[in-house]
Design a binder for this molecule. Structure first.
Ligand SMILES: NC(=O)c1ccc[n+]([C@@H]2O[C@H](COP(=O)([O-])OP(=O)(O)OC[C@H]3O[C@@H](n4cnc5c(N)ncnc54)[C@H](OP(=O)(O)O)[C@@H]3O)[C@@H](O)[C@H]2O)c1
Length: 412
């Protein structure tokens, strides 16, 4: 069967010219709108004023896009109208680019309480400030702090303002950058922790389709691990390295980390051995988890259901408390030894400092090769699809997880 040319003659030239000119003008306007939108990302952020400006600009970009599409659609209509046998030109819908989107898919917290205070709905797209990167989230991890933020346990010192997107850890791809960012480019795979300090979280956490993050809070994802595995790491690595720094751990030291089977512990135990070069790594766990912890490199694992670790561990150089057992930790270190707690708790003496983790992409870089080469490995407890966040929370709330609970991004 012969296909007739898609532009049959005779065709009245003026009637073709008009939509063509409209198309060119709209196309130029659209290109300009996109470049304005790109450029202005550098000047906008998620503040109230900035959100308004972002929304207005996105709306203009969408209007121009609509004009462009409408002009484009007039062409095939002219060509095919009442002309049987002519080839119909299919015009595909162009994809909506992240900077054209006004809203995104997210889990949004709007009060304190049970699982119901976090609901899945549309939320304003964030735009990167000059020093920020826009990331599409492929996977996020839950942390105990997300439970405390949801229930209101931390409301005394976290000063929350609703609504916000919860979540601290992510792995994903760069989708746009602010004007001062030169290191990161669209398409790069990165992972990190978006809140400068854990107790001062920003509005855009990791349980949404996109987030914006300071360029110094991310690192290149090790290629040999998946997004789910990478998302399990930022809090754990940064908390571990920052605790090691506070304790001045040296190669050969004997160190205790309590609660080794948790999200932080499974990485801390490995990093003590392979990053610090600790000579003796002690930890606590129960049941089958003791075997896993030995496989991860622990020199000794005290099963806390069978024994008090204070009966077994003596004269250690340092201890990191992740279970609220800082007093017991003090019994295990030698004179002049140091204890730090990441769990906190009242009544602590001055020699047991508590700290909250700070976002530092440089910490992730320091251990990049250990993960890339498989010397240290992520430990993932479970992976949930995006729409099963309530189930993921229930899993973490058991307090019995081994490693991290992961939630896939909405696009996966
Ligand atoms: N300060 C900071 O910046 C910071 C940063 C990260 C985390 N944290 C805090 O650090 C703590 C640990 O975090 P995470 O993410 O590792 O928690 P997680 O993943 O929820 O820890 C769960 C694990 O802890 C084990 N566990 C519970 N009680 C234990 C005990 N008495 N002795 C030994 N193991 C015990 C459980 O083992 P079983 O099933 O055997 O009980 C389970 O495997 C949390 O309180 C968290 O809020 C603080």
């Amino acid at each position: 069967m012969s296909v007739r040319p898609w532009l049959p003659s005779p065709l009245p030239l003026p009637s073709l010219l008009l939509p063509l000119v409209t198309l060119l003008v709209a196309s130029a306007a659209l290109t300009r709108a996109i470049s304005i939108s790109h450029h202005s990302h550098g000047h906008r952020g998620p503040s109230a004023a900035a959100v308004l400006s972002s929304s207005t600009q996105s709306t203009r970009a969408l209007e121009r896009r609509a004009a462009f599409l409408s002009a484009l659609r007039q062409l095939p209509a002219l060509v095919t109208k009442d002309r049987p046998g002519t080839t119909v030109l299919e015009i595909p819908e162009p994809p909506v680019l992240p900077h054209e989107k006004e809203y995104m898919d997210a889990w949004v917290q709007s009060g304190f309480g049970g699982p119901d205070v976090i609901e899945r709905r549309e939320f304003l797209m964030p735009s990167p400030e000059p020093h920020q990167v826009l990331v599409k989230v492929k996977a996020a991890a839950l942390n105990p702090v997300d439970i405390g933020r949801r229930t209101g346990f931390f409301k005394g010192f976290m000063n929350e303002s609703f609504p916000f997107i919860p979540g601290y850890d992510f792995s994903g791809t760069v989708e746009g950058v602010g004007k001062d960012v030169s290191r990161w480019r669209t398409g790069m795979e990165v992972y990190g922790y978006p809140h400068e300090i854990g107790v001062r979280p920003q509005r855009y956490g990791t349980l949404g389709e996109y987030l914006v993050i300071d360029q110094s809070f991310i690192a290149a994802k090790p290629k040999s691990i998946s997004h789910e595995e990478a998302a399990s790491l930022p809090t754990a690595i940064m908390t571990s390295l920052q605790a090691f720094e506070m304790l001045h751990i040296k190669p050969g030291d004997a160190v205790l980390f309590t609660g080794g089977a948790g999200g932080v512990g499974t990485q801390a135990v490995q990093l003590l051995k392979h990053y610090c070069g600790a000579g003796y790594v002690a930890t606590t766990g129960s049941g089958f988890k003791t075997q896993l912890l030995e496989e991860l490199g622990a020199s000794v694992v005290v099963d806390f259901l069978k024994q008090n670790f204070t009966d077994v561990l003596k004269d250690l150089d340092s201890a990191i408390d992740a279970t609220g057992e800082w007093w017991e930790c003090l019994q295990c270190v030698k004179e002049g030894g140091h204890v730090v707690t990441i769990r906190g708790g009242p009544g602590r003496p001055a020699n047991v400092p508590f700290f909250t983790v700070q976002a530092r992409g440089s910490d992730l870089e320091k251990v990049h090769d250990l993960y890339e080469k498989g010397i240290v490995r992520p430990v993932v407890d479970s992976v949930f699809p995006f729409d099963s966040l309530p189930l993921a929370f229930s899993r973490l709330e058991t307090g019995r997880v081994t490693g991290k609970v992961i939630v896939r991004g909405p696009s996966l």
